[in-house]
Design a protein around this ligand. Structure first.
Ligand code: FAD
Length: 432
């Protein structure tokens, strides 16, 4: 088994495979510890996955928070994480510099072989999937004729980034976990459905006396140069180590917001954020960095005869809140379960089950999220939703529950009903 990339998705997949006793090699082009542009926020979903991987002790040294302070139009609501049978009632912040190293080392301890400073260049002997008469398994909106399955390959050509030349690594199965840019995924046939939501985000660190706040903070009314509230939010996430992680994220998929200048948005947010954070050029720890967030399972196909795609490479980020770490861990784990079945004797057919597992876990939820994104792309609707919601702590408690994907199983039926009602009210045709 060969895993490309040791971010959350690749390391989780490698951990679960190695734990089950399978031989796993992970190639990672960087050396740990390494920086990764992120808000560094872990919701209860991510905390649950880390606990399941035996990483509770890593979180003991991280900054724990109890919920979200939602701010907009001059109001602030402190919303605690909801009770849920499957998830804890707290989150953590921890830099990706520290977190990703710990998760990758945990996979190593479970038996995976981690090759750092090793970049995957291209698949070996890629065999295209049968030409796509059918689009089954590909997200809606993909060009007709697009393959329904990924190309297969016999391994990957890698190079040492430290100057050691290239070599081939052969494997029966390959996991693509190389992040939002996913060069390997694209060379095996993945495509992003342009009609799905896409986020752009920018973050930087600031020193702050308020670094140990017990709530992370989101501002839902950030504005562009013309004064319109943008579909996105500004955040201040306390890290508990003298710093806060500050950023802005915007849904850039609709034409209206595609050209949004995130640097300008970030500067304006830093200027305007509550003074108790003490954000200023003097407390900045360095220039902000940014990245893209492919959302709602926007990238496909996600499996082939011997390849599966996980995490950002599959576009797995939650469109409601831009969270991707938990979905990296979860999709990595779902893929590991299918690969385990394949290795245990079912062969390549078991990989087709990966798509079914994804749809079971996220299908309805991400469909609802895509509708939500279409709604809030309209400035008037966005403004009305935020200002109405901010008048009711109860309503915003529900919003947090939905956005963080913490709706209990017994509440899912009503959520589906609500989806149809909201779609009808908005005059939007729900997706099938
Ligand atoms: C500004 C910003 C803020 C964010 N804030 C949050 C947040 O607060 N909480 C949250 O949950 N999510 C957040 N996200 C999203 C989150 O960072 C991603 O969803 C998550 O990192 C996805 O994990 P991954 O393993 O799929 O990809 P990545 O984390 O990108 O990991 C991919 C790994 O593959 C390696 N790699 C790439 N190409 C190759 C190659 N060819 N060969 C070998 N190795 C390779 C990379 O070096 C990297 O280590 C944020 C994103 C951005 C841009």
């Amino acid at each position: 088994m060969l895993v490309i990339g040791a971010g959350p998705a690749g390391s989780a997949c490698a951990y679960w495979l190695a734990e089950a006793g399978w031989d796993v090699i992970v190639v990672e082009k960087k050396h740990f510890p390494r920086e990764k542009t992120c808000g560094d926020g872990l919701t209860p979903r991510a905390v649950r996955q880390l606990g399941d991987m035996g990483l509770g002790s890593v979180l003991a040294g991280a900054h724990r928070f109890e919920g979200l302070r939602a701010c907009a139009f001059g109001r602030a609501l402190e919303l605690r994480w909801p009770a849920h049978p499957s998830f804890p009632e707290h989150g953590y912040t921890i830099t990706r510099h520290d977190l990703d190293q710990a998760v990758a080392e945990n996979a190593q301890k479970a038996g995976a072989k981690l090759l750092q400073g090793t970049e995957a260049l291209e698949p070996l002997e890629p065999t295209p999937a049968a030409a796509g008469a059918s689009r089954a398994g590909a997200p809606p909106g993909m060009p007709v004729g697009a393959a329904r399955s990924l190309a297969s390959c016999t391994g990957v050509l890698v190079r040492s980034v430290d100057g050691g030349g290239t070599r081939e690594i052969r494997a029966r199965y390959v996991v693509v976990a190389d992040g939002a840019n996913s060069r390997l995924g694209r060379s095996l046939g993945t495509m992003r459905d342009q009609s799905y939501p896409m986020g752009m985000a920018l973050r930087g660190y600031f020193r702050s006396e308020h670094h140990d706040d017990r709530f992370i903070e989101s501002h839902l009314d950030i504005r562009d140069a013309s004064g319109d509230v943008v579909p996105g939010y500004g955040w201040v996430f306390p890290l508990g180590d003298g710093r806060v992680n500050v950023g802005v994220g915007v849904l850039s998929s609709s034409k209206r917001w595609r050209g949004t200048n995130t640097t300008r948005l970030m500067d304006a947010f830093v200027d305007w954020a509550p003074k108790y954070w003490g954000l200023s050029p003097d407390t900045s720890c360095g220039p902000p960095t940014g990245g893209r967030l492919p959302m709602g399972l926007a990238v496909g196909p996600r499996s082939g005869a011997n390849v599966v795609v996980v995490g950002d490479a599959a576009g797995a980020v939650n469109p409601f809140n831009g969270e991707g770490i938990a979905y990296g861990y979860e999709t990595g784990r779902l893929a590991a379960a299918c690969l385990g079945q394949a290795l245990a004797g079912e062969g390549p057919a078991a990989l087709a089950g990966y798509e079914a597992r994804l749809q079971h876990a996220y299908g309805l939820y991400y469909k609802t999220a895509r509708l939500f994104v279409r709604l809030i792309n309209q400035p008037k609707v966005l403004r009305a939703c935020v200002s109405t919601g901010m008048r009711s702590e109860h309503a915003m408690g529900w919003v947090l529950r939905i956005m963080a994907n913490l709706v209990r199983p017994d509440e899912i039926g009503p959520a589906e009903h609500a989806y149809r009602v909201v779609a009808a009210l908005a005059g939007i045709t729900p997706e099938a």
